[in-house]
Design a protein around this ligand. Structure first.
Ligand SMILES: [Zn+2]
Length: 247
């Protein structure tokens, strides 16, 4: 009986020791966790870009202002931009036009700048969800054929409109349509010359479809912020060339 009591006391003492050492181990764990948190706050290299089963790059920075999507690069299918708002500009009233807040603010300034110069622009198409893009693309394939659809519209996930950083603009004289002739109108020429001052570039310039993958779209404005847009504009390069995405 006495032996059993001693044995029990021994176990209890041992248990006490174990729990003491547990405490100090917890302390170490806590310190380690704090270190990890500190490391997380430091700038990190982005995750390597993944490639999907069709050989397309899935971008690793969908929320970045300089995210690049095109025929070979797409957003994650579940991507939704943060802070989508409706820019306070004239529009064609066909659908609700949304953009990321910073792009919407810049678009308001661009439209105000145009108005000061005597030109009236209208917003025609902004953010598109993956479902909207799917509907547009499939409709184009069904009504105009695969070739046309691929020339003028994007496969879901590949549309720049999905980023929330893009707006198509038009004018009343073109009945609010998106026409190549926009580039020859005084409004279109003003946009081509001044969009970068407000942070936008004409994403699909004339004669560059072999690089951008899209025909000339003088109406399609993409936000990069004033500094980057000006740099791209002054370089005379397409976005793909500017970002080194062309072999
Ligand atoms: Zn567009």
């Amino acid at each position: 009986m006495r032996k059993i009591i001693l044995f029990t006391v021994g176990i209890l003492l041992l248990a006490g020791c174990t729990s003491e050492s547990d405490k100090s181990y917890d302390g170490n764990l806590l310190a380690e966790t704090e270190n990890t948190l500190e490391q997380k706050e430091a700038p990190e290299l982005p995750e390597p870009e993944q490639v999907d089963e069709d050989g397309n790059v899935i971008v690793n920075n969908p929320h970045a202002i300089d995210v690049i999507v095109n025929k070979d690069r797409r957003l994650p299918m579940d991507f939704e931009p943060k802070n989508l708002v409706e820019p306070n500009v004239k529009n064609d009233h066909s659908t609700k036009k949304l953009m990321r807040k910073e792009a919407a603010d810049a678009l308001e300034e661009l439209f105000a700048g145009a108005e000061e110069a005597g030109y009236e622009l209208y917003a025609q198409s902004g953010y598109r969800s993956i479902d909207t893009q799917r509907r547009i693309y499939n409709n184009n394939v069904n009504t105009r054929g695969q070739e046309w659809a691929d020339k003028y519209s994007a496969v879901p996930g590949h549309s720049e409109h999905h980023t929330g950083l893009t707006m198509d603009v038009t004018i009343a004289a073109l009945a609010f349509n998106l026409e190549n002739s926009f580039g020859n109108t005084p409004e279109g020429q003003w946009v081509a010359e001044h969009a970068h001052e407000y942070g936008f570039v004409i994403r699909y310039p004339e004669g560059k479809s072999d690089i951008t993958g899209y025909s000339y779209e003088p109406w399609h404005l993409r936000y990069f912020g004033e500094e980057m847009a000006t740099d791209i504009y002054e370089s005379g390069l397409t976005v793909e060339e500017y970002f080194g995405l062309v072999e």
